[in-house]
Every structure is written in structure tokens, then in C-alpha cells.
Design a protein around this ligand. Structure first.
Ligand code: HPA
Length: 232
């Protein structure tokens, strides 16, 4: 069983419409996902009704995947770019993340310490699949997670661009929890905008949604190849 986790980039996708809903109960609440037999599940991380990023129940989501016996997770994350060279329309398969201001953990009651390292081999594999569909994809890059739901101020972006390459609101929480559960996790980040202040003109949500729609078909093709290779 493999899992695809999608967010803003896959809110309107038709890729999984034939897959029936399955509800998994966890110690953190029930999680509804779409299931294709014993091969694959698709989890919309924002749920239905859709909750904003700072209210996503990441622990329930990741526990549900563990409960189902998922052996690897491919996440799709919408991001803004901190670097002029990383243009909207590009895909990034990150190899590290920053989120020291909000650390999600299952280790609340016991003194266990995890050293967070993203899965290099899995990321390379995912990069290879992306390359089959586009030349605009980068292997490696640091994802900075902000809390949301508001976007970042220009001053915040001035600070963050010294440390990272892309900004989003979900990957670090998921990747850290997946590591604690020993679930291999890789992400395809869809660069949907330049972060606020990277360009002179102010960022708008309309710009982000327009680029999400532009990138969606390519991401669907990547997911089809990933599923054919891993869930056949
Ligand atoms: N900031 C944070 N999250 C995002 C952005 C952004 O600019 N674009 C898409 N998700």
C-alpha cells in the first residue's frame, strides 16, 4: 500500500474520483481518504470540509496511513519561491526543512529523540519520475514551513530567504511525523508563486490559484507514473 497526500495543488483533481472513500479511526480522530483496493490511498490533507493549514490534524493523518500499513508516502505541496532562479511552474523535490517554531511529535509522553533526515533514495526516485514529465524540476532544496493561514510579510520573507529555498505550510509537520513512524516520505513541491516581496509587485492569492491550476495537469501525470510504478 502506498499513499499520496495532496493539498491545495490537488483540491480539484479528478485523478481519484473513482476511488471509494475509506474511513480510518485513529487515537487522534477519524480520517477519510480515497482507497484503491490494497494498493494505494489518496489523502486530502485539508480534509472535507477543508480546514486551513494551521488546523490540519497531521497526527491523525499520519497515524491513519501507518494503521493501514502504508509503506511509502508521496506528498504534493504547494509552495512559494524564495529565490528568483526558482520560477513559478518549477517543481522542487526538497531534501531538508526548517520549522523550529512548531514541532509536531508523537513523542509527547516518552523521552525519545529523532534526528530528522529526509529519505535521499526515495527523493531521487521521485525526481526521476518528475524528469520524465518536465525539465523544470530540482532535486534538493530547503523547505521552510510557516504556520499560516496568512501569507508571509515582506520582512519575514527577507529573513527566510537567507535560510531556505521554498515556503509552504505543511511539509515539515508531515515529514517529521512520518520519520517518527518510520514511514518513507518524499514530496513534490509545486512552485505556485514568488514569495511576497521577492518581486516588486505585491503577491495575490489569485496569482497563486492561477498557477496551481497551471501546474495541476503536470502533477497528475507525475502521480499516474508514480502509481503505475509503485502500486500496480
Ligand atoms: N507562502 C506560504 N505557503 C505557500 C505559498 C507562500 O508564498 N505559496 C503556496 N503556499
Amino acid at each position: 500500500m502506498i499513499a499520496i497526500i495532496g493539498g491545495t495543488s490537488l483540491l480539484d483533481t479528478a485523478s481519484f474520483t473513482g476511488w471509494p472513500d475509506a474511513t480510518v479511526s485513529t487515537g487522534f480522530g477519524p480520517v477519510v481518504m480515497k482507497r484503491s483496493g490494497d494498493n494505494a490511498v489518496f489523502l486530502q490533507r485539508h480534509g472535507n470540509p477543508c480546514v486551513p493549514p494551521h488546523r490540519i490534524n497531521h497526527k491523525a493523518n499520519m497515524s491513519a496511513l501507518k494503521e493501514l500499513g502504508v509503506r511509502k508516502i508521496l506528498a504534493i505541496n504547494s509552495v512559494g519561491s524564495l529565490k528568483t532562479a526558482i520560477r513559478p511552474g518549477t517543481l522542487v523535490v526538497p531534501d531538508d526543512f526548517i520549522c523550529p517554531w512548531h514541532i509536531e511529535t508523537f513523542f509527547d509522553e516518552e523521552a525519545r529523540y529523532m534526528v530528522p533526515v529526509m529519505d535521499e533514495a526515495f527523493a531521487k526516485d521521485v525526481f526521476g519520475i518528475c524528469r520524465m514529465h518536465t525539465r523544470s524540476v530540482r532535486l534538493g532544496g530547503t523547505y521552510v514551513q510557516t504556520t499560516g493561514p496568512r501569507l508571509e510579510t515582506r520582512a519575514e520573507i527577507r529573513m527566510l530567504k537567507r535560510f531556505g529555498d521554498i515556503v509552504g505550510m505543511t511539509l515539515a509537520s508531515e515529514a517529521a511525523l512520518a520519520l517518527e513512524l518510520e514511514l518513507p516520505y518524499a514530496s513534490v513541491c509545486s512552485v505556485d508563486n514568488y514569495c511576497h516581496g521577492i518581486r516588486e509587485i505585491p503577491l495575490t492569492m489569485d496569482e497563486i490559484f492561477a498557477n496551481v491550476a497551471k501546474n495541476a495537469r503536470m502533477i497528475e501525470r507525475i502521480l499516474t507514473t508514480f502509481l503505475n510504478r509503485n502500486a500496480a
